[in-house]
Design a protein around this ligand. Sequence first.
Ligand code: ZN
Length: 278
Amino acid sequence: MNFSKDTIVIKSLTNTLKTNKLSHAYLVIGEDSLYCDEFILSFVKAIFCLENKNNEFFSCEECKNCHSINHSNYIDFYRLTSESSIKKEEIQMLKSDLSVKSFYGKKIYWIKDIEKMTEQAANSLLKFLEEPEDDIIAILSCKNISAVLPTIISRCQQIKLVGQSENTEIEKNEELIHVVNEYVRRYINKPHLANIYLLEKLKTKDDIVDLFKHLSIKINNSYTENNLHDALNISRVQEKVLLAVTDLNSNVNATLVLEKFLFTVLLENNNLEFLIRG
Ligand SMILES: [Zn+2]
């Protein structure tokens, strides 16, 4: 997994590893579950890896500790996950497992999706977090921090991840191409309805930024193979895309930028068919 979008977080954790100042509890917040899980496993492996002699954010993936962690059978690493809800009994069971002395000096437990904890479970965990033991590290992870008790948040060092797994990016890209194709198809028949369709599909700033990135690439690729008439039409659309990108960069509200783009395209009756070619 490529963690390049979270280099700041990695630098800070590297520093922690090098100075041996690990916190008692981490709260990892990341929207992409797969990416978040991989990140946590890499962190845990960096702590236990036998070849990580320089204490970097590194794991060799070859030593017996790395192997055991990858196969979910490392003796000092506990994970708690649940499809539905995490109950108090599960937290109590975890506590009793953790009361056994560690083999190699440290024990780590990871509770995934802590939004799923029942209130009783959260309270039970809270007591545990309040009395940290030197050799135990808690890693809690969630997608949505607003669903986590403030008392739990305040006892953890927060790690906010922004990266995404490659699969998610590919899926997002495919979804965007589909949406653009659908928009152009509708635009040819009923332009007003096409605008409404796109505005409903692209709601977040990220979606809208991605759309204009996609359009810029598409436009650049369209120039070469077209005649003069097409080129004129394409350059008119390109002007609007560039204007939208400038507005987005100066933090104009993304939905307004998209609306403006769509309605000026409509007003000038630009031909958009080149966007769905190839
Ligand atoms: Zn290793």
